[in-house]
Design a protein around this ligand. Structure first.
Ligand SMILES: C[S@@+](CC[C@H](N)C(=O)[O-])C[C@H]1O[C@@H](n2cnc3c(N)ncnc32)[C@H](O)[C@@H]1O
Ligand code: SF4
Length: 417
């Protein structure tokens, strides 16, 4: 697996040079020059910790959470002040952990961000199903949240148990969603769990839309090496049949595919913090993507607070891209939306896509991964599966290695991928 990802990386970036992340930080973050910039805020607290989850999170305690949010607000002003006036950004997403646990402080965080940014495409926030209650949803709505994403994982008791999660109170969930509407109500599911069948997922999808979702994300289960989950991933062939079956079911129901894993029942509903040309992240483990670099904040909440209190950015590692590396990064995450427009590539990099990757695009069309129409490339079902397959490789070779190290060391010296 390592050999395949390394060879693919060398081919696409036209160099044997790996992606090298160094223990470096810059006091000034170059976000002012970035168009189509999204904001991300990480809140790393959970009421109970799931053994399959790779994200940066710690058990919730009110004093710890409050101390963390004080530092977060300090970070927002420290970085936000670097740009004169208010910078236009696309969206703001709160991820975690479980950011809904800090519901009573979301308004304060949004106000701090509003001093430096103009958010034009709404505010999204993640919740655990236990958080979906009228009062909490109303608090979020009053703070300006327009999209919510609920980590359901499965409505079936069997799979909730397998994942170590407790039974969902679906009546309370549906009642709260009916009482407090949001522009997007997304629900997360995990698929490719052992023994899972098409009918299990079909039932999850139907229940999600009947309980008030207008968007769903169906993620393949990833067995990270550093997590302690006893669950193992489904074999490739079975997984492909399942992914194709649920995709076809969603199309038959008239849902549109907004990305590899997401489907929506209404044109305006979307939930994605990833498909952005550039983003600026706040909080521990948050990443930032600029024109020529990628930065990751420390994963350690204490080290994060200390850095911010000393008025320095909380960056743990910095990757300075070569031009081709940045192109590959752009293509990989743009392809996540299942569509790539050559004109967007040219606007971002100032060179035609065909000039840089004409042969690869031709090859992808020959293999039946892509179709092309007037400079717009669209992934076929087969292409979507192989993208997913490669993303799985990439996640296990790159993210698994990096997050595995970052969980243990607040400021590692160097990571080569
Ligand atoms: C930050 S959590 C969502 C909010 C909330 N903390 C919760 O769990 O309900 C983000 C999502 O990542 C997905 N996820 C977590 N671990 C995963 C894994 N090992 N494989 C695939 N998806 C995973 C789950 O669907 C989860 O809802
Ligand atoms: S899946 Fe959600 S609730 Fe569970 S540990 Fe991860 S972030 Fe926390």
């Amino acid at each position: 697996m390592g050999v395949i990802t390394n060879l693919t990386r060398m081919w696409f970036t036209r160099t044997i040079q790996p992606f090298t992340f160094k223990r470096e930080y810059d006091r000034l973050l170059p976000f002012a020059e970035c168009e189509n910039l999204g904001l991300y805020v990480h809140i790393p607290f959970c009421k109970s910790i799931c053994n399959f989850c790779p994200y940066c999170k710690v058990p919730y305690s009110a004093p710890l959470c409050n101390r963390y949010i004080d530092a977060l607000i300090q970070e927002i002003h420290l970085i936000g002040r670097q740009h004169k006036g208010r910078k236009k950004v696309t969206s703001l997403y709160f991820g975690g952990g479980t950011p809904a646990l800090a519901a009573n402080r979301i308004k304060e965080i949004v106000s701090a961000l509003n001093e430096h940014f103009i958010i034009t495409e709404g505010i999204g926030l993640e919740l655990h199903p236990d958080n979906v209650r009228v009062e909490l949803l109303q608090t979020l709505k009053d703070a300006g949240v327009t999209k919510i994403s609920i980590g359901v994982q499965s409505f079936s008791d069997k799979y909730q148990k397998l994942l170590g999660r407790k039974k969902i109170d679906t009546a309370a969930l549906a009642a709260a969603l009916a009482a407090v509407p949001f522009e997007t109500v997304s629900m997360d599911f995990i698929f490719a769990l052992p023994g899972q069948r098409y009918n299990d997922l079909k039932s999850d999808i139907d229940l999600a839309f009947s309980f008030g979702a207008n968007h769903i994300a169906i993620y393949p289960f990833i067995d990270f090496t550093f997590t302690e989950s006893p669950v193992s991933a489904m074999p490739k062939k079975e997984k492909r049949a399942l992914l194709d079956a649920i995709t076809n079911y969603c199309f038959k129901k008239g849902y549109s595919r907004n990305s590899i894993w997401t489907f929506s029942s209404e044109a305006a509903s979307n939930y994605s913090s990833m498909t952005r040309d550039n983003f600026l992240g706040f909080g521990c483990s948050a990443t930032s993507l600029f024109k020529r670099q990628f930065k990751i904040n420390t994963f350690d909440p204490d080290a994060y607070c200390k850095r911010i209190h000393s008025r320095k950015p909380a960056t743990s590692l910095t990757l300075r891209f070569t031009r081709r590396q940045r192109m590959i990064y752009w293509l990989f995450w743009t392809a996540y939306s299942t569509k790539v427009r050559a004109a967007d590539f040219q606007t971002f990099f100032g060179v035609p896509l065909k000039k840089m990757y004409g042969f690869e695009l031709w090859l992808a069309k020959q293999f039946g991964f892509l179709t092309e129409h007037k400079g717009s490339y669209e992934m076929t079902l087969k292409g979507a599966f192989y993208y997913h397959y490669y993303e799985n490789f990439y996640t296990l070779s790159y993210i698994d290695k990096m997050w595995g190290i970052m969980r243990k060391e607040a400021f590692p010296k160097e990571i080569k991928l």
